[in-house]
Design a protein around this ligand. Structure first.
Ligand SMILES: *Cc1c(COP(=O)(O)O)cnc(C)c1O
Length: 399
């Protein structure tokens, strides 16, 4: 059973990873965040809490997720490639690992109402699912533009009993959904628990969500040691806010021989519209945290672009900003076009249709220098079912 332990990469007591992170929020939100921090401290190493989490992760989510040796793509690139199959989780992605733990925490603390923000709808669906399971009231904030382009996920959330609020402000996407969720929380903190979907937001969220996703790397480390008798040379994952990546990397960061590589959304290209907060952004403040941000000269947040809604975010979790500057993790990017090629490639070579997000990590196999004979793990953060309608519009097969 997995229980987190203290790590050298834990933030300081105000939630700072180096100069990043923190709690840049209106005063009215501080009592709720301090209370949440207390609550998190009380369960972080609590065996009873983690036993309950473990039970649901096994029997409801289907963990441990397999570490699969992808022989066909390995032969093609001349390396040994293993895929960590988070796509096989119930609800189709890694998001549920975090939501089940936060949901159980809310339940334990006696909250009856849950709110969450969502972009493509994956975190919204995971949250609606767990609220159905745990008998909690659920309200989801989603940009109006995303509501329109992710019709099926909106229907799923409603089917599961959640209320979905279409957010009409700003660019009507994830950034604005999160603004509105925070705004709602400020006036309802007494009976409402806010489940954030990635390692962003004010302290303690980045640390809490990272602990809840660290099960991915914990399992992968044991699985690769069992299968290969050694640690991998490289571990790859895609980065939106950065939760599947940090969850995967967490248990490899102290191994000097392992290089962790986070893949940002290169969108239309590095000098065009993209989601490369680290490569193209500067430190700034958004959603209560200091991190790298895509912004203009006045510090106004720019719109990100990625073909995958889950990577379409102008910021990045503060812990990644720290690892970037500290060089504990390497970062690179993959464009929309390269990701789509990898989406088809993995489907045809291995019979595995990845999420557009995960296809970014897969695509990096074709860009990576010195890949020959290396042992590589790639986190397949989710499955492609949610992307079928969009894929059908983009891809045309002449049969
Ligand atoms: C949400 C999502 C992502 C991006 O979020 P991270 O916090 O960066 O992991 C990646 N892949 C899938 C399948 C997602 O649903």
């Amino acid at each position: 059973m997995y229980i987190p332990s203290e790590s050298q990469f834990d933030p300081d007591q105000n939630g700072h990873f180096g100069i990043f992170g923190g709690r840049y929020v209106p005063e009215t939100l501080m009592p709720a965040l301090l209370k949440l921090e207390e609550e998190y401290k009380s369960i972080r190493f609590d065996k009873e809490f983690w036993t309950e989490v473990d039970g649901y992760l096994r029997d409801y989510v289907g963990r441990p997720s397999p570490l699969y040796f992808a022989k066909n793509i390995s032969d093609e690139v001349g390396a040994k490639v293993y895929l960590k199959r988070e796509d096989l989780n119930h609800t189709g992605a890694h998001k549920v690992n975090n939501v089940i733990a936060q949901g159980l925490m809310a339940k334990r603390l006696g909250y009856k109402k849950i709110i969450a923000e969502t972009g493509a709808g994956q975190h919204g669906v995971a949250t609606a699912t767990i609220c159905a399971l745990l008998d909690l009231e659920c309200e989801i904030f989603m940009g109006a533009k995303d509501v329109a382009r992710q019709e099926l996920n909106v229907f799923r959330m409603k089917l599961l009993g959640a209320k979905v609020n279409a957010v009409e402000s700003g660019s009507k996407t994830l950034k604005d959904a999160m603004n509105d969720a925070i705004r709602h929380w400020v006036t309802n903190t007494r009976d409402t628990f806010y489940i954030i979907g990635t390692i962003a937001g004010p302290h303690p969220y980045p640390m809490m969500v990272r602990d809840f996703q660290a099960i991915i790397g914990y399992e992968a480390r044991a699985q690769i040691l069992q299968k290969e008798g050694r640690l991998p040379d490289h571990v790859l994952a895609c980065i939106g806010g950065g939760s599947n990546a940090i969850g995967m990397f967490q248990h490899f960061l102290e191994d000097k021989e392992v290089e962790c590589i986070g893949i940002e959304a290169g969108g239309l290209g590095i000098d065009s519209k993209n989601g490369c907060s680290l490569k193209k952004g500067r430190p700034g403040i958004l959603h209560g945290q200091m991190s790298y941000l895509l912004q203009d000269g006045d510090g106004q947040v720019l719109e990100a672009h990625s073909i995958s809604a889950g990577l379409d975010y102008p910021g990045i979790g503060p812990e990644h900003a720290f690892h970037h500057d500290n060089k504990t993790i390497s970062y690179d990017y993959v464009t929309d076009e390269e990701a789509m090629d990898a989406f088809v490639w993995l489907s045809r070579k291995e019979g595995i249709i990845p999420a557009f997000e995960s296809a970014h990590a897969i695509a990096y196999l074709k860009k990576m220098p010195n890949i020959k004979d290396k042992l590589i793990i790639i986190n397949v953060s989710g499955r492609g079912d949610k992307d079928m309608i969009q894929a059908k519009e983009i891809l045309h097969f002449n049969d």
